[in-house]
Design a protein around this ligand. Structure first.
Ligand code: FES
Ligand code: FES
Length: 165
């Protein structure tokens, strides 16, 4: 029986786009995307909350889909297009969801914020005009210990241009 790379502790070369930049990394077979982003690329906007898929603080986009980077293996992302919260703004110009969070005070400690913003971006890409109920349903896995969620939902609706005046 042939030995697996993880048994030999070998590194694997993986090439993908991160925030539009071609990136090549050497990763262990069991290294998560979250670890590669934070520890190899210094992209610490993506947060390590639980590490077990239960808080969504580590949400990033892969090819436009929101995924949990703590449950994704970096070695499996060859050729994929990864976007983190750092990749949403255009220089100092925030994207609409980021701007709404800032304007409406949807950030307290900020730990959940990158994951919330990445999830809402994915929602608005799928459904540009969601109802409050749809926003709450889409965000059901994103945990926040501080805000009570009201301002986060308001910010999502404002970004979608659907909030009542
Ligand atoms: S750190 Fe990934 S879901 Fe909590
Ligand atoms: S703002 Fe603190 S966890 Fe959400």
């Amino acid at each position: 029986m042939s030995e697996r790379p993880e048994d030999r502790n070998e590194k694997i070369a993986v090439r993908f786009q991160v925030n539009g930049e071609p990136t090549e990394l050497l990763v262990s077979a069991n290294e998560t995307l979250l670890s590669a982003l934070r520890n190899q690329l210094g992209l610490t906007g993506t947060k390590y909350g639980c590490g077990t898929g239960d808080c969504c603080a580590c949400t990033v986009s892969v090819n436009g889909r929101a995924i949990l980077s703590c449950l994704s293996l970096a070695a499996e992302l060859e050729g994929e297009n990864v976007t983190t919260v750092e990749g949403l703004s255009d220089g100092s110009k925030l994207n609409p969801v980021q701007a709404s969070f800032a304007e409406l005070g949807a950030v307290q400690c900020g730990f959940c914020t990158p994951g919330m913003i990445m999830t809402i971006n994915a929602l608005l890409a799928e459904n540009p005009d969601p109802s409050e109920q749809e926003v709450r349903h889409y965000l059901r896995g994103n945990l926040c210990r501080c805000t009570g969620y009201v301002k986060i939902v308001d910010a999502a609706l404002a970004a979608a241009g659907t909030m009542e005046a």
